[in-house]
Design a protein around this ligand. Structure first.
Ligand code: PLP
Length: 393
């Protein structure tokens, strides 16, 4: 079989499988003790007070928007260069998602652009730590405090990433400069539970709203109820969903979390090999890493300098796929999706930096199980294809 290297994939070993099997053989396969344990371990890892686990990263984002009180006509601003879920979660609550253009170096949302898009109905900001590099959270936090906005980090790319604040490093998810942070445990993310997600927060009110939203809006907490008919009694106080995760998924998550630091370290190692080996290729821009962060490289994205190439990104993409490299493109700008164009009237040119980025971006494979041989294979093929289409003279 021809060698094919995907852009990302999970790393599940025998010890993970054993932990899942233990739960499957126990009395509780959902709603058991592993959920709470996983939540406590993630909260501790990130340095946050609370965590609530969900059935997916998208469910986590939706629940965070609910907890934030986003409702009819409230605006929440996110990045155009993200997965649709970062904006959809606002729509689920009846709100209106908007975008602010990105910075051309980090591809993260630009705080200056946030201020330009700001309106009276703006209620929340949803910065996305693209590729695992934390956004300019100090500036975003400043804007939020000045205008009384809630900040929900879409941290799906950035488990294990650090940012510096007053000379000290903190984990994304510590919520030192935000209200909540949502993570995903989809197989391509840093650790997996199959499907799954989690929200971290330091705010007890948000924590309680997240818990209730996860189970149909139903509470059994006596102090949150209007009356008490007896031990069977519960109250539905909000319109929630069944967004629960299972115990065996959380057993997998707990086992994976033990290896997270190693996973992140390997991702950083691969990124630095790529950076070094592509530094001499004039047609490629490698990722820029800010001084005050340590990125966790959920994805590794290069930008093509198309002016120096004879062909479009599409040709290079197809050639690399044919050579066995599972390149990808992250992301098609959300505002250019037919649904968003039609519903909100977005058009080409609305976010020019994001659109320029999109025309050049190419995601190369990166995941902890990648061997040095795999990495060299990718480098060789990328160099070969670029060399083939380089403009000369
Ligand atoms: C993966 C991802 C999500 C959604 O997570 P799921 O677990 O797939 O629902 C949201 N936002 C971003 C930026 C993501 O990469």
């Amino acid at each position: 079989m021809k060698k094919y290297i995907p852009y990302g994939r999970q790393c599940v070993d025998e010890d993970d499988i054993k932990e899942v099997m233990k739960v499957l053989r126990s009395d509780w396969i959902t709603q058991g003790p592993k959920i709470k344990e996983f939540e406590e371990r993630i909260a501790k890892y990130c340095g946050a007070k609370f965590a609530v686990a969900f059935a997916s990263g998208t469910a986590a984002l939706h629940s965070a928007c609910f907890a934030a009180g986003i409702g009819k006509d409230d605006i929440a601003i996110t990045s155009p260069i993200t997965f649709a879920a970062s904006a959809n979660c606002v729509l689920y609550c009846g709100g209106k998602p908007d975008s602010a253009d990105i910075k051309s170096d980090t591809y993260n949302i630009d705080p200056v652009e946030i201020l330009k898009r700001f309106k009276k109905k703006t209620k929340a900001l949803i910065p996305v730590h693209f590729s695992g590099q934390p956004c300019d959270m100090e500036e975003i936090n400043k804007i939020a405090r000045r205008h009384n906005l809630i900040v929900i980090e879409d941290a799906a790319h950035s488990l294990g990433a650090d940012f510096r604040l007053k000379g000290k490093y903190h984990k994304v998810g510590s919520c030192r400069l935000s209200d909540m942070a949502a993570f995903s445990f989809h197989p391509v993310k840093h650790i997996t539970t199959g499907e799954g997600g989690i929200v971290t927060t330091n705010n007890k009110k948000f924590y309680e709203r997240l818990l209730v939203f996860r189970t149909h809006g139903i509470t059994r907490e006596r102090r949150l109820m209007g009356k008490d008919d007896g031990n069977w009694y519960y109250e539905m106080v909000n319109l929630g969903y069944n967004y629960r995760i299972t115990d065996f998924q959380c057993a997998l998550g707990i086992s994976q979390l033990k290896k997270l630091n190693k996973f992140v370290q390997r991702r950083r190692e691969i990124a630095s090999i790529y950076n070094e080996r592509f530094s001499s290729v004039n047609e490629i821009v490698t990722p820029f890493e800010k001084k005050d962060v340590r990125a966790s490289y959920h994805i590794y994205v290069i930008k093509l300098i198309l002016e120096k190439l004879k062909v479009s990104r599409k040709v290079i993409f197809d050639d690399l796929r044919n050579e066995g490299i599972g390149v990808n493109v992250h992301y098609i700008p959300v505002h250019l999706q037919p649904y968003y164009r039609k519903r909100f009237g977005y058009k080409k040119g609305d976010f020019p930096i994001a659109e320029d980025y999109y025309s050049r971006a190419l995601t190369l494979p990166i995941y902890p199980k990648m061997t040095d041989i795999d990495v060299e294979f990718v480098i060789k093929k990328v160099k070969m294809v670029i060399n083939k289409y380089r403009k000369r003279g």
